[in-house]
Design a protein. Structure first.
Length: 141
């Protein structure tokens, strides 16, 4: 039996949805050769690349960063400094997201504290969301 897998089998092997695999092919990230009848055929290399991308995405790398990482992976003359530079960029983006999420958590907690949550119609959360200037009255405490 052949080691080649169809897209459904590749999906199971890589833990990626079929739709995502098709998307990665559409954007030229991981391309599987086609059989004579036009079906995608995923070999060990393509499955490994799909797993590689799935793992990189789970670590927060963008699709374009994954493209660069795959290129570095395939380049036997690569410098680990190039890989480290991408990873450092990704870490800075993750740290910025953490700051942003922390701020959002504080704002939402403040809004929840400001709302009585009773049967009355007045609600500081709705008031804040519907503020005219979009900045929110309570959001900047």
């Amino acid at each position: 039996m052949s080691n080649l897998k169809n897209i459904g089998q590749a999906s199971k092997a890589s833990n990626l949805p079929v739709k995502t695999i098709r998307y990665y092919e559409d954007i030229g990230l991981v391309i599987a050769p086609r059989s004579g009848n036009g079906y995608r055929q995923y070999g060990e290399i393509e499955i490994h690349k799909l797993r590689f991308v799935q793992r990189a995405r789970s670590l927060g790398f963008s699709v374009e960063d994954c493209r660069a990482l795959l290129s570095l992976y395939e380049d036997s003359k690569r410098s680990s400094a190039d890989v480290k530079k991408l990873a450092e960029k990704n870490l800075k983006e993750i740290e910025a997201k953490i700051v942003e999420l922390t701020n959002l958590r504080e704002v939402l907690a403040h809004l929840l504290d400001s709302c009585a949550g009773d049967n009355r119609p007045d609600c500081p959360i709705i008031d804040d969301l519907s503020s005219e200037d979009g900045s929110g009255k309570l959001m900047h405490h």
